[in-house]
Design a protein around this ligand. Structure first.
Ligand SMILES: Nc1ncnc2c1ncn2[C@@H]1O[C@H](COP(=O)(O)OP(=O)(O)OP(=O)(O)O)[C@@H](O)[C@H]1O
Length: 272
């Protein structure tokens, strides 16, 4: 089991203990302990295949895992699907977009946990969607097919659906992977603002290390299904840890909002 990540005595949004996931006979998560305080932003980093998405999905109850997960003090196993959906919203790496579906209808899907089975949306559901579209400056896109939006606009719609769900824990799997650098910053600033305005808790995965460190309160470094480091960005984004676990040659520079990780080439003789 890896070291516990408990950093504060604040109420916890996520408490995962000895989380293990085996898929097709392969051990993908190998005993991970993770605590995320209410209102905190924790980002999971690590090389390709480290188990980042698997950890996020296990926390969200989207795949079977052994060990235990509690969400806001309630064992996740005791939450029915609809109850869990009111607490935690997941934005997948590439959400499936039903062809031709308009933005409004897509965001309305976020209200499913509040609708009776086979029932229709209520006035409160419609009002919640209008509200969230307004807050995210998406009102003008309401009738547009989602597939016609740009990557950045679409990412805002995915967040809108998660917010319409009313959940206070956001699980974001590489929320910026399809975005240019400007849109990356815009989307992450938006998440941070929503976090501050609405007391959301954020657990994300990310490959952009400098950006990960600028926005997260704490980073978790996964490698081979194990947590190999965790703590404030300055403690995790070190040249030594990144060389060991990413096999990356980098320089880490002090930035105003956290360490900045700059990839550097090796000496010329090593490149031929
Ligand atoms: N159904 C499955 N059967 C066997 N192995 C699987 C299955 N699903 C995922 N894996 C493996 O689990 C490992 C972890 O996958 P995961 O997607 O969690 O990694 P990741 O850290 O998010 O990777 P990336 O950064 O590339 O997105 C990978 O080696 C992947 O091939």
């Amino acid at each position: 089991m890896t070291a516990n990540l408990t950093a504060t005595s604040a109420p916890t949004a996520v408490e995962a203990v000895d989380l293990r996931v085996t898929l097709d006979g392969a051990c993908i998560l190998d005993g991970v302990d993770l605590t995320v305080a209410v209102g905190e932003w924790v980002t999971i980093i690590g090389p390709n295949g480290a188990g980042k998405s698997t950890l996020l999905r296990a926390v969200g109850g989207l795949l079977p895992a052994s060990g235990s997960v509690s969400l806001f003090g309630t064992p996740s196993a005791k939450l029915h699907r609809r109850q869990r959906a009111r607490v935690v919203a997941t934005v997948a790496q590439s959400p499936v977009v039903p062809p031709g579906m308009a933005v409004f209808d897509y965001v309305l899907l976020g209200r499913t946990p509040y609708m009776p089975p086979l029932g229709r949306e209520s006035a409160a559901d419609l009002s919640a969607v209008h509200d969230v579209l307004g807050r995210l400056d998406l009102g003008r896109f309401a009738d547009r097919p989602l597939t016609t939006l740009s990557g950045g606009e679409r990412q805002r719609v995915f967040l809108a659906r998660a917010l319409a769900q009313g959940a206070t824990l956001l699980l974001l799997d590489e929320p910026t992977s399809a975005l240019d650098i400007g849109n990356q910053q815009e989307v992450l600033e938006l998440v941070d603002q929503l976090r501050r305005d609405h007391g959301l808790t954020v657990l994300a995965t990310m490959h952009e290390l400098s950006i990960a460190g600028e926005y997260a309160d704490r980073l978790v470094l996964l490698a081979g299904g194990r947590m190999v480091a965790a703590g404030p960005p300055r403690a995790v984004l070190t040249e030594e840890l990144l060389a060991t676990h990413y096999r990356a040659r980098v320089r880490v520079i002090d930035g105003a909002h956290g360490p900045l990780v700059v990839p550097v080439r090796g000496p010329a003789e090593q490149q031929s």
